[in-house]
Each structure stands twice: as C-alpha cells, then as structure tokens.
Design a protein around this ligand. Structure first.
Ligand SMILES: N[C@@H](CCC(=O)N[C@@H](CS)C(=O)NCC(=O)O)C(=O)O
Length: 311
C-alpha cells in the first residue's frame, strides 16, 4: 500500500480529551505513538476542556496543530494524523474505505450513547438488548464492518483497508475493546467475539502489536486486566450527570458525576447521602482500591457516599 508521505517536520500537536482510552482519542494517540511522533497528550476534565477554546463544536476530541489551527471531529483528526503517521492509505479509494469504517464506528457509538440517557438500569438494559440481537441495529452496523474486513481480504491480519495497519484499524481495535469490556450492561463481553470473527481477529492481532502493547504498558491504569477493575468507562452519559452502573469484585453500585466535578456513589436502594471532600483525583475515583473500599463500607451501612473532587 502507498501512504501519504510524512512531513519533514511535523507541527507541534496537542490532543485534547479526557483521561480515557475511548476509541475517538485513542486511535489518534496510538497512531502517533506507533510513528514516534511527539505530541502533547492533554488529558483533562470537562471544565478545562470547555475552557480550552479548542472545542469548536463543544464535542471532543480536539487537536491543536501548531502554526495552523485547531481540528475537531474524530474523523478529520484521524485522517490528518493518519497522514502524518503514514497510517492512512494514499490511494483515494482505500482512504475512503478507512473513512467508511470510522463513520460506521461513529454510528455504533451513537447507538450506545443514546442509551446513556436512561437512568433506570433495567430499562437501559432493555434498550440495549434489542440492539445486539441478531436482527438488531448494532448487529446490522457491525455486520457492515465485518463485511468491510472480508471485502478487503487482508491476511493474516484482516486490516480494514489495504494490506497494512491504518488509523481506522486502531479505531476498530479500541471500539471492540470497549464493546467487549463488560462495562456496558446489556452487551455481552462475548458479543463481538461470537458474532463477528474477523473483527475480533483484527482486535486480537492489533492488541498484540508490539507498539500497541508498549502503549498499553505505558498506560496500565486503562489497560490492566485484573478482576478487580472498577468503573472503567467515562462516557457521554457521565458527562451529562447520568447514573452509570459499575461493579467492583462483584459488588454493584452506581456512579454519577456532577457538573461541579463531584462524584456520587450509590448502592441499589440507597437513600442517604454522606458527603466528604477527600483528596482524590477525578479519574482515580472508584479505581483506587482503598478509596473504594472505604466508600463501599459506607454504602453498605448508609446507602450513599458522595465526595467532591476534580481532576
Ligand atoms: N462528531 C464528534 C462527536 C464526538 C463526541 O460525541 N464526543 C463525546 C465524547 S467521546 C462528546 O463530546 N460528548 C459531549 C457532548 O457531546 O456534549 C466527533 O466525531 O468527534
């Protein structure tokens, strides 16, 4: 495959996003990591992002390109970084196939994001389950991505376009990781693996790429595989102050982030609020074992634990 040639001196790059490995930002970060292109991995909280002036549409990620300006929209950023990192086909048709895959992923993401507005856990599951049924809309969309992989026919790794890794493959890799992580109630961690073998094979192959593995090793908090993981996702719903269900060692709880940076935990049925202000970073909440254990003890006795914290 031919690729667009890399600029001699890439401009300074600053990627603005949450401290999270969601596919929209992570495909860009990992592409830059693979190509050894330095960039500022600007991970920040919501207030800081909105105050940064980089969010043209009020959505993120955003990429600030030194001497040029700011880019928004996942697809545009991925394509630009794909060019810089030589992880995008130069051939117009193959490039469009990458765009097609990323656009399809956006459709998949939008399906999940819509369900986040549902606060009731049972109703949320009832919303999602039909999406992943054999005739469901997410199944239909992922079947399209599976078809792209088959049409391309790359071997041994079923890349989505041409015979080499592209930023679109990295997007697929992370999206499958998200869908298969078990954090989305109503979507089985085995769903993609069972229903879309090519997509799963792509995910596994990329997961084992040495540069991808080294990126993961550098970010163990996001990629650890222990059974004690809790509260892995940060989603649009959390941004909007929705309750999200999580589990930690089999103990179910709900977490909600407030616009003020607060984080509230509640156990099912809890009605009492306990407020304190520990020195906890936003993304460490619920992940720091001792922090969680102490709150869990309170949840068990009082019903609800709340703290104010900001990243
Ligand atoms: N069309 C945008 C959508 C990005 C998007 O929805 N990002 C989420 C975070 S992953 C977001 O900005 N949510 C907050 C909001 O929509 O207000 C893109 O492709 O980048």
């Amino acid at each position: 495959m031919e690729f667009a040639s890399r600029d001699d001196a890439p401009p300074s790059l600053k990627l603005v996003y949450l401290d999270h490995h969601y596919w929209r930002a992570e495909c860009v970060r990992v592409a830059l990591h693979i190509a050894d292109i330095p960039f500022e991995d600007a991970r920040m909280g919501y207030d800081e992002m909105y105050a940064s002036g980089a969010l043209t549409f009020g959505t993120f990620p955003a990429l600030v390109v030194g001497g040029k300006g700011v880019l928004n929209q996942t697809q545009a950023i991925a394509r630009y970084i794909g060019g810089l990192s030589e992880l995008y086909p130069q051939d117009a048709f193959l490039a469009a196939k990458c765009d097609e895959a990323i656009d399809a992923l956006t459709d998949v993401s939008n399906l999940v994001t819509a369900t986040m507005q549902e606060r009731d856990a049972a109703r949320k599951i009832a919303w999602r389950e039909p999406l992943v049924a054999p005739n469901g809309r997410m199944t239909m969309l992922l079947a399209g991505i599976e078809a792209l992989l088959k049409q391309n026919g790359a071997r041994p790794v079923p890349y989505v376009s041409g015979g080499s890794l592209s930023v679109a493959d990295l997007a697929l890799w992370r999206a499958v990781g998200w869908l298969s992580s078990g954090v989305l109630d109503g979507i089985s961690p085995k769903y993609v693996e069972t229903a879309f073998p090519q997509l799963w094979a792509l995910h596994v192959a990329i997961d084992n790429e040495p540069k991808v593995a080294s990126w993961k090793a550098q970010h163990p908090r996001h990629y650890r595989k222990t059974a004690t993981k809790a509260a892995e996702t940060t989603t649009s719903a959390e941004m909007a102050g929705m309750w999200i269900r999580h589990t930690n060692k089999g103990r179910a709880f709900y977490r909600r982030r407030g616009d003020d940076g607060s984080c509230t935990l509640t156990a099912p049925g809890g009605e009492i609020t306990v407020t304190d202000k520990p020195e906890v970073k936003l993304h460490a909440l619920c992940k720091a074992e001792s922090w969680f254990e102490e709150r869990w003890a309170r949840l068990a006795t009082a019903g609800v634990a709340t703290c104010d914290a900001e990243a």
